[in-house]
Ligand binder design. Structure first.
Ligand SMILES: [Zn+2]
Length: 150
């Protein structure tokens, strides 16, 4: 799935959970959820996060796309490290965005193996990345953002 779709779904997720979480620092909340929403594609050379942060593209050389960074284990480890090094809630914010990414990638035909390497089962959906179906999902997310904001 494209970076813009992940960002839109990440923002929609952040908006939807805002009133439940009531973050003290809303700027950090939205920023970290958005970072989390594109972070898993650190394993893809041409991804949005690797275009924004030049150093992260080295990760793509070390691991396969939709490998370990597209499992439930990576966000748990990343959230733990962020929570340990900063504030506990910051790890949760990144985790929210990260899980929105994995959930939306699970709607694609390529799918996500959430339990890799312990399982071969992928969660897949009907969407092919970059097609009209993804564009429809992107615009639906933008509409959801509009409805949440206004
Ligand atoms: Zn992905």
């Amino acid at each position: 799935m494209l970076g813009r779709t992940h960002l839109a779904i990440g923002l929609l997720t952040a908006l939807a959970l805002d009133s439940f979480i009531s973050p003290i620092n809303r700027i950090a909340y939205y920023l970290l959820v958005l970072i989390g929403s594109i972070l898993p594609d650190i394993d893809h050379e041409g991804s949005t996060i690797n275009n924004i942060v030049p150093l992260t593209h080295y990760a793509a050389k070390l691991v396969t796309h939709r490998g370990i960074f597209h499992t439930i284990f990576a966000p748990m480890a990343i959230a733990f490290v962020i929570s340990t090094l900063t504030q506990a809630e910051y790890g949760w914010f990144v985790l929210i965005g990260y899980l929105s990414h994995l959930a939306s990638d699970s709607c694609t035909k390529l799918g996500v193996n959430w339990l890799h390497p312990f399982s071969d089962q992928k969660l897949v959906g009907p969407i092919t990345t970059g097609t009209w179906m993804e564009t429809l999902l992107f615009w639906a997310a933008l509409f959801g953002i509009y409805v949440n904001v206004f």
